[in-house]
Ligand binder design. Structure first.
Ligand SMILES: [Mn+2]
Length: 272
């Protein structure tokens, strides 16, 4: 039995199948952790989501966290956002099983933590000012909204870069948007954890006054092993940071699709 953490698949079904062949994935024995952005931008979004949800239904072998593209699909499907030019969601939006697939997505968490294995997985990152237990509590707040009748209102109010920094007294949509932005969109922030969601470069071009979230010197969860995706420009590298694993190796942009075997931290890759 092995546990594999896979980075952003983004509708790249063929590379996913090749990667599962490479690792000899056995759904009756092994577990897959998926770091979010399962869909969109890639060519086979519908096929990818059907495949993953079917594996999960049959074998209960999937732990996926939500990424910004997964949430974007829910917002488009609920009529709160128009698809953007690069989106590849049409087939999924028109699928006869779309409701079923949406139900599966909305029960996915924003964070997955396994204290026995000693890993925590999120899509973008963990706010530098949060411990793992605080992160779990903050994520739970949004997960409860996603699974409630408030989903539609949440999706209507999800977009935006503000508030830029977490405060305990944030309320309602501002609070949920802020939490969601940390978990699903963060790259750079300042030493206090104030988000800059506009900059998408690699570490080499870090703007003045900012640093990647995982390189903030006073990061509370720095002793915890964290798996994340979202940031293809890192190309899997996290500079001097320890205990963080960047799994988005740009499969959809012609890079690689990566799987990290958690038991021995061996990396497996196929071409995107
Ligand atoms: Mn992303």
């Amino acid at each position: 039995m092995a546990t594999y953490a896979i980075g952003d698949i983004q509708g790249c079904y063929q590379p996913l199948v090749s990667l599962l062949q490479l690792i000899n994935f056995d759904p009756t024995e092994d577990q897959l952790w998926l770091a979010g952005d399962l869909i969109n931008r890639g060519p086979e979004t519908l096929q990818t989501l059907r495949f993953i949800t079917q594996l999960d239904r049959q074998h209960n072998c999937i732990n996926a966290v939500l990424g910004n593209h997964d949430l974007h699909f829910l917002a488009v499907a609920h009529g709160h956002k128009n698809p953007s030019r690069l989106d590849t969601l049409d087939e999924l939006l028109n699928a006869p099983d779309r409701a079923e697939l949406m139900t599966w997505l909305r029960q996915c968490p924003l964070i997955h933590n396994d204290s026995d294995l000693g890993y925590t997985m999120v899509h973008a990152g963990i706010a530098p000012q949060w411990s793992i237990s605080e992160s779990l509590a903050r994520a739970r707040e949004v997960e409860e909204v996603l699974q409630s009748e408030a989903l539609d209102d949440f999706l209507a109010n999800m977009y935006g870069n503000k508030p830029t920094i977490w405060r305990e007294d944030l309320d309602s949509f501002d609070r949920w948007r802020c939490i969601t932005n940390y978990f699903t969109r963060m790259r750079f922030c300042d030493a206090d954890g104030r988000l800059d969601l506009t900059c998408k470069t690699g570490i080499d071009e870090t703007p003045e006054g900012l640093a990647p979230w995982f390189l903030q010197p006073n990061r509370v969860a720095s002793k915890n092993k964290i798996l994340f995706g979202h940031w293809a420009a890192l190309e899997g590298h996290t500079g001097t940071a320890e205990n963080v694993f960047a799994l988005d190796t740009g499969c959809v942009w012609g890079g690689k699709l990566s799987a990290l075997r958690l038991e021995d931290e061996r990396l497996f890759q196929v071409d995107g």
